[in-house]
Write a protein that binds this ligand. Structure first.
Ligand code: HXC
Length: 507
């Protein structure tokens, strides 16, 4: 047994392991040992062998084949894991590799535990043909079945192609390293052959391509160790499955802490930008915010924080970027996050400062109507506690979308200088008084007069508060206390929805 264990530990052999170490990379088993609580990793299926005899593969039957699978603990909580072993045929997926991964996924679903997959694979094992495709199909099916039941997290820790990127795409969060991580469906050589387009691995599928451009990836880490630590941190905000509440952590940060800095943080002049992340950190326990997708669609900010030790999902418009307008990418980014939080019982706290949807032909032709509707749908469908704080502007459709009362938010607060209306005063006056101004002896004077009138009437939170659309106008410094109280009240919220197979979100 010891002999066999030793052979299995070496994966693709000493030379290949040494080559990885020279590159500064860990082996699959080393990654799992590092990721899990010390001494908790239990490997299963260590002696599984592939069954392919074509292309001389019968001469390379390595115990365990190209994936290491098992379970262990993170902060004392159980988690199922797999890590592809690039030293064995480039981590490529054989039928038995898929069977090993599927066994782990089945156990995780049955036991209500998250699955963390460390991907490092050239995709379907070419020599196995249709069998390896069948293997991927089995994994994708399980990814889909598990979606919204157990958290599924993927890390891309090497060059990942084909099926090795589609399974992560169905999971909840994807991590990459700044270097040595690549994701693509077809690589640079295939692209050159088919379209004659020249592109480097980095430009095509490196971390910056996927964090800033495609929005496929949620987190990027400096190296693999930091990446694994970030996954541990993400898990600390999540329940083990959809029937649990997220774990509560002890905090010494008083929930009634007044945060006077919030008085100064938001410029009175509603055209001036500010960083909404300063508002989020001011309100969160220990001023800590774990941001998701920080480089993508920066006009909306999403991520996890805690208030009174309880995890929350934060969605916030970012006035520092595109004035905080909602566009296609921002709607998609925020909608998926809202749905994740709703699936896993994580209350949503939304900070709203939004002038509207981004205008333009580019947005319209690319389908802002259906993409913007995703966020509307996601908020409306979410039954977790929803708390909204309007820090300044909330205009038009974007006001409705951003967790308004009308989408069944539980508590809606607004700061005294909030502006809640169909549109900003300039646009409104230009439309309402276009003809009158044409006829006026002094159109400019009339415009100013009408602007003052409109601002007086609508550029405040009281018109909405008078109708009960805002529950309370609050001082900025009281935000943390107000949100904490609201979260407390809504902790046991239960909302039933009509029976149906599933809704039809505008995908
Ligand atoms: C079998 C593979 C393999 C594969 C790599 N290897 N990919 N073996 N099937 N898919 C083997 C190589 O032959 C090599 O073996 C070893 O792994 C290391 O690969 P290298 O090419 O030397 O490494 P590197 O230069 O780092 O390049 C890594 C790579 C490249 C970018 C992943 O290997 C590559 O482009 N592979 C093919 C990617 C691909 O097109 N896969 C099929 C996807 S189709 P030796 O013995 O020399 O060490 C797919 C279908 C599912 O996945 C789609 C579902 C939607």
């Amino acid at each position: 047994m010891q002999e066999r264990n030793k052979k299995a530990s070496l994966g693709g052999g000493e030379e290949k392991v040494a080559a990885r170490h020279t590159k500064g990379l860990m082996t699959a088993r080393e990654r799992l040992e590092y990721f899990l609580d010390e001494g908790t990793f239990q490997e299963v299926d260590r002696f599984v062998l592939h069954r392919c005899n074509d292309f001389d593969l019968d001469k390379t039957r390595i115990p365990g084949d190209a994936v290491v699978t098992g379970y262990g603990k993170v902060d004392g909580r159980p988690v199922y894991v797999f890590a592809q072993d690039f030293t064995v045929l480039g981590g490529s997926l054989s039928k038995v590799c898929s069977e090993k991964i599927c066994k782990i996924m089945d156990l995780a679903l049955a036991h209500g535990c998250p699955v963390v997959g460390l991907n490092d694979s050239g995709g379907a094992r070419i020599q196995e043909g249709i069998d390896s495709l069948a293997g991927y199909g089995e994994i994708f099916w399980r990814n889909t079945k598990s979606s919204g039941v157990i958290p599924q997290i993927s890390a891309i820790l090497g060059p990942c192609a084909g099926g090795a990127v589609y399974s992560p795409a169905i999971t909840d969060f994807i991590f990459m390293m700044k270097e040595n991580s690549y994701m693509f469906v077809t690589g640079p050589e295939v692209i050159r052959a088919v379209t004659m387009e020249e592109v480097t691995m980095d430009d095509l599928g490196g971390a910056s391509a996927h964090t800033a451009k495609s929005g496929v990836v949620h987190f990027v880490a400096d190296d693999e160790k930091k990446c694994l630590l970030m996954i541990r941190e993400l898990l600390s905000f999540l329940p083990l499955n959809n029937r649990e509440n997220p774990p509560i952590y002890k905090t010494n940060d008083p929930v009634d802490r007044k945060e006077m800095s919030l008085r100064e943080l938001i410029p009175i002049n509603s055209k001036l930008p500010y960083d909404i992340k300063n508002v989020i950190t001011a309100v969160a326990d220990d001023n800590y915010f774990f941001e998701v997708q920080s480089n993508y669609a920066q006009n909306v900010v999403i991520g996890f924080a805690r208030i009174g030790g309880r995890p929350i999902g934060v969605v916030a418009n970012q006035p520092n970027y595109l004035a905080g307008c909602l566009d296609i990418d921002a709607s998609f980014k925020a909608a998926r996050f809202v749905r994740f939080c709703d699936a896993f019982n994580i209350p949503l706290v939304s900070f709203v400062d939004v002038p509207g949807f981004l205008p333009g032909t580019d947005q319209e032709y690319s389908g802002i109507i259906k993409h913007g509707a995703k966020l509307m749908y996601a908020y409306a469908e979410a039954t977790v506690p929803k708390i909204t704080v309007i820090t300044r502007k909330a205009y038009g459709g974007a006001y409705i979308v951003m967790s308004s009362k009308h989408l069944r938010s539980d508590f809606n607060f607004a700061y005294p200088n909030a502006e809640i209306a169909v549109m900003g005063s300039e646009g409104a006056v230009n439309i309402l008084y276009k003809n009158d101004m044409k006829k006026a002896t002094n159109p400019e004077e009339m415009r100013k007069e009408k602007l003052d009138e409109y601002n007086e009437k609508f550029a405040n939170p009281y018109a909405a508060a008078a109708k009960g659309y805002i529950d309370e106008v609050i001082f900025p410094e009281d935000t943390r206390q107000k949100v904490a109280e609201a979260l407390d009240l809504a902790y046991n919220k239960r909302e039933t929805t009509p029976p149906r197979k599933h809704g039809n979100i505008p995908l």
